[in-house]
Design a protein around this ligand. Structure first.
Ligand code: XMP
Length: 518
């Protein structure tokens, strides 16, 4: 969506922090968009930016293959902020000198401000404050017309500016977007509001108004279909689309039998009661189990479930009549055309989504969340009136409980896992830990171990409890749950779930493990 709000364009040179820059700016209610550093000038200008940010990146400007901004970018009549690699690339292009630093700087440094008239307005000049450095190269000589406005012990040119009425350039050697930089928010806010003159009017309310308008224009009188999964993204996407086109939207919920306890009822109640939205629950439980048969290999299980999903969805969709559009809950991190420093990432696991459907069914896509980060989707959901409980639900994989049963899936194993999992969720919520934990769930390890209950010897399955903290699911650490709660989980599961006589706690981080077991 090309926004009608003030926009900051961020050119990505491959920094691991680029998305953070965008989020910090959006937190100030100013719209920002990330484009690859190789984007054409014409495309950048199509966003009508009020300012540009050049991100950091892993390359060295002294490399032959080093990425550069498009020709003419630095002579646009726009304010520019260069961060780390962005600073070095600007320095090189405008006639300064960059050299490999004799003393690289990684981690904390103390920044002393020499001039707090614009970028550093409101910040102290008489004492330093911590900033986060991460660079090998550094600036040896300023480009013409630039002046130093802050330094550290190690970097005499830690921050420089080229004063100009309408197109000033600021360059930072440190990262204002990371939490370790004190006052980073103020610095970015000064750039966006004071230097670029952006108005803080990008709110969820205004986003809804624009998105509703756009969906209406796109769809006209045609029919739209949506696959609800119970997750936050598809639910918010459906609620927003429903706000735009009402009953032209047909929602299907494919019950594959691998859902959490009471999931189907919960969804029905939310959509029926809350939205008067027509959600058709398709009972495909038998078809999924049959398709899986005795399959035990995780990737095969995922692929079979993905294929069966498309089959079930397609055959139900035919009963709706001529449908032209499919709503998908695609998020911004999936569409950012970032510079990848590692090349296409290896497939660790095939993630199941509705991929494959649009092409097969000749559907066009409606992706109303494709401009939003996850936390923004949550804010949008709340603004649309979705209940707190749903908005803050832990992520749940498309193939559901089927990939939390190691090996073969049977109705009996599903029952055991579903009950154990419900206890985990209930106790974690009761302990007030649900929000701070990224995911907490049970995994069924269907190997039999020996136990003793009453005077009887038992020979039953093992439940593993997996609970992790994370910010994006890409990396994760096992959650340090108090022993008392672990104890309660164990005793409740063993006492209440028939078929389990042993509970273990998974203490592996990601990497090297993954969050799910399959
Ligand atoms: P892993 O196990 O790869 O999981 O560390 C990372 C995150 O992704 C979720 N996940 C999935 N989500 N479809 C999804 O929509 C899937 O097939 C899928 N597999 C894993 C997982 O729950 C965790 O949050």
């Amino acid at each position: 969506m090309l926004s009608s709000h003030d926009t900051i364009v961020i050119l990505d040179f491959g920094s691991q922090y680029t998305q953070l820059i965008a989020r910090r700016i959006r937190e100030q209610h100013v719209y920002s968009v990330i484009l690859s550093s190789s984007t054409s000038l014409e495309r950048i200008l199509a966003y009508h930016p009020k300012g540009l940010i050049l991100s950091g990146g892993p390359a060295s400007v002294t490399d032959r293959e080093a990425p550069h901004p498009p020709e003419g970018l630095l002579s646009l009549d726009l304010p520019i902020l260069g961060i780390c690699y962005g600073m070095q690339v600007i320095t090189q292009a405008l006639g300064g000198q960059v050299a490999g630093a004799q003393r690289r700087e990684y981690g904390r440094a103390e920044l002393m401000i020499d001039d707090n008239s614009d970028l550093f307005q409101g910040l102290p000049t008489h004492r330093g404050f911590p900033v986060w450095m991460s660079h090998g190269d550094r600036i040896d000589q300023l480009p013409p017309d630039f002046q130093v406005i802050a330094h550290t012990d190690n970097s005499p040119i830690a921050v420089m500016k080229r004063p100009h009425q309408t197109a000033p350039i600021f360059c930072l050697q440190f990262h204002p977007e990371v939490a370790h930089t004190t006052h980073g928010e103020t610095i970015l806010n000064n750039f966006v509001s004071r230097v670029c003159g952006c108005q803080p009017n990008w709110t969820m309310g205004s986003f809804i108004t624009e998105a509703v308008q756009e969906i209406r224009e796109q769809v006209g009188d045609d029919k739209v279909i949506c696959a609800l999964s119970g997750g936050v993204d598809s639910t918010v996407a459906a609620a927003l689309t429903h706000r735009a086109i009402g009953n032209q939207l047909n929602c299907l919920f494919i019950d594959n039998g691998f859902m959490r306890k009471d999931e189907v009822t919960l969804l029905e109640s939310i959509f029926d009661a809350h939205y008067h939205m027509d959600v058709r629950v398709v009972d495909s439980r038998a078809a999924f189990l049959q398709a899986l048969g005795r399959t035990i290999h995780p990737e095969k299980k995922r692929k079979i479930i993905g294929r069966q999903f498309i089959k079930s969805f397609e055959s139900e969709a035919q009963t709706i009549g001529q449908v032209k559009y499919l709503v998908q809950g695609t998020l911004y991190p999936d569409v950012i055309e970032s510079v990848s420093t590692k090349g296409p990432s290896a497939t660790i696991k095939t993630h199941h989504n509705v991929g494959g459907l649009p092409a097969r069914m000749k559907l066009r896509l409606i992706e109303p969340l494709r401009d939003l980060f996850k936390d923004e989707v949550r804010a949008l959901g709340l603004e649309l009136g979705l209940p707190d409980d749903l908005i803050w639900r832990h992520p749940f994989p498309g193939p559901g409980l089927a990939i939390r049963i190691i090996g073969g899936v049977t109705p009996e194993r599903l029952t055991i896992l579903r009950e154990a999992d419900a206890i985990v969720t209930e106790e974690i919520r009761k302990a007030g830990l649900y929000r701070e934990i990224w995911q907490a769930f049970a995994v069924l390890i269907p190997v039999q171990t020996v136990g003793v209950m009453g005077d009887q010897r038992t020979y039953e399955s093992v439940i593993a409890i997996r609970a992790v903290t994370s910010t994006d699911g890409m990396t994760a650490d096992w959650a340090d749950i108090p022993h008392e709660i672990l104890g309660r989980l164990s005793s409740r599961i063993i006492n209440e779930v028939k078929g389990v006589n042993r509970v273990v706690y998974d203490i592996s981080s990601k990497p090297p493990s993954t969050i799910e077991w399959e």
